[in-house]
Design a protein around this ligand. Structure first.
Ligand SMILES: NC(=O)c1ccc[n+]([C@@H]2O[C@H](COP(=O)([O-])OP(=O)(O)OC[C@H]3O[C@@H](n4cnc5c(N)ncnc54)[C@H](OP(=O)(O)O)[C@@H]3O)[C@@H](O)[C@H]2O)c1
Length: 255
C-alpha cells in the first residue's frame, strides 16, 4: 500500500457513504482528515474516532454546501482547526464530495429541485473551492466527484447529470487556472454505488440493483470500498502527473 505521509485532506460530506469511505481510506494511508457533515454530527464524530484510532489526526466541522453565505465562516473554522490541531495554516487535498440526488423525469423536475441540486452540486462546489484556495497548499490537489450519469443517460437524472457535467468542465478550468500553483485537479466519476444516496435505491431496490449489475462489465453494483481507494490512489505521489482528467470508477458500467 502506497503511504501518503504528512498530508491533510478536507473531505466534504464525509459523515456517510463515499466521503466517509474516502476519509477512512486516506487515513489508512497516513493522511489526517478534516471531516465535514451537514446533519449527521454523530456519524461524523464516529468517523473522527475511527481515524484517531488509526493514529491519525481528525476533526469534524459542520458545512452546508448549499449556503454560500456561510463559507467565509467555514474557512475561518478551517483556519482555526489547522492552527489548533496541526499548527499549520494550510491543508493539501480538497475532495468535493458532498451531494444529494433527486431523481425525477425531465417533465416533472421543478425549479425548486433544480435550484437545490444546483446549489449543492455545482454552485456550492464552485464557491467553496474558491474560498478555500487560501488554505490549500501550493502543490496540493483537488478531486471533484461527478457520476457516470454525466457520460451515459438514465431517465430521471437530467438535472443531476447536467450539474455533474458542469463539475467535469469546472475541473478542467480549475486544472488550467491553478496549474501556476502546482495544484492538480481531477474528476472521479463513480458508477452506481450502494450508499444512502437517493434514498438508498441502488442498494435497497433489488430490481434496480440487478439491472445495474447486468449493465456492468464486472457484473455487480459498486460498493463504497470501490471508490475511497481509487481517490486515495489518485492522490498518491505516483499519480502526480494526472491533471484535468475525468476518471470513471464504475466497474465498466454501460461501456
Ligand atoms: N452513490 C452513488 O451511486 C453515487 C454515484 C455517483 C456519484 N455519487 C456522488 O458521490 C457523492 C457522495 O454520495 P454518497 O453516495 O456518498 O451519498 P450519501 O451516502 O447520501 O452521503 C452524502 C453526504 O453528503 C453530505 N451532504 C448532503 N447534503 C449536504 C449539504 N447541503 N451540505 C453539505 N454536505 C451535505 C451528507 O452529510 P450529512 O449526512 O451530515 O447530512 C453526507 O455526508 C455525491 O456528490 C454524489 O452525487 C454517488
Amino acid at each position: 500500500m502506497t503511504q501518503i505521509t504528512q498530508k491533510i485532506a478536507l473531505v466534504t460530506g464525509s459523515s456517510r457513504g463515499l466521503g466517509k469511505n474516502t476519509a477512512l481510506t486516506l487515513a489508512q494511508k497516513g493522511v489526517d482528515v478534516i471531516v465535514t457533515y451537514h446533519s449527521s454530527e454523530a456519524e461524523a464524530n464516529a468517523v473522527v474516532s475511527e481515524i484517531k484510532a488509526m493514529g491519525r489526526k481528525a476533526v469534524a466541522l459542520q458545512l452546508d454546501s448549499s449556503d454560500i453565505q456561510t463559507f467565509d465562516g467555514f474557512v475561518v473554522q478551517v483556519n482555526r482547526v489547522l492552527q489548533d490541531i496541526w499548527q499549520t495554516e494550510q491543508f493539501n487535498f480538497l475532495i468535493n464530495n458532498a451531494g444529494i440526488g433527486i431523481s425525477k423525469p425531465f417533465t416533472e423536475t421543478t425549479e425548486e429541485d433544480f435550484d437545490r441540486l444546483m446549489n449543492i452540486q455545482l454552485k456550492g462546489v464552485f464557491f467553496l473551492t474558491q474560498k478555500l484556495l487560501s488554505v490549500i497548499q501550493d502543490g496540493g490537489r483537488i478531486v471533484n466527484i461527478s457520476t457516470g450519469l454525466a457520460r451515459f443517460t438514465l431517465p430521471g437524472f437530467s438535472a443531476y447529470g447536467a450539474m455533474k457535467g458542469g463539475i467535469e468542465v469546472l475541473t478542467r478550468y480549475l486544472a488550467k487556472e491553478l496549474g501556476e500553483r502546482q495544484i492538480a485537479v481531477n474528476t472521479i466519476a463513480p458508477g452506481a454505488i450502494e450508499t444512502d444516496f437517493g434514498g438508498g435505491a441502488v442498494r435497497d431496490n433489488q430490481q434496480m440493483n440487478d439491472f445495474i449489475a447486468s449493465q456492468t462489465a464486472l457484473g455487480r453494483v459498486g460498493v463504497p470500498d470501490d471508490i475511497g481507494g481509487a481517490i486515495a490512489a489518485l492522490l498518491s505521489e505516483d499519480n502526480r502527473w494526472i491533471n484535468g482528467q475525468r476518471i470513471e470508477v464504475s466497474g465498466g458500467m454501460f461501456l
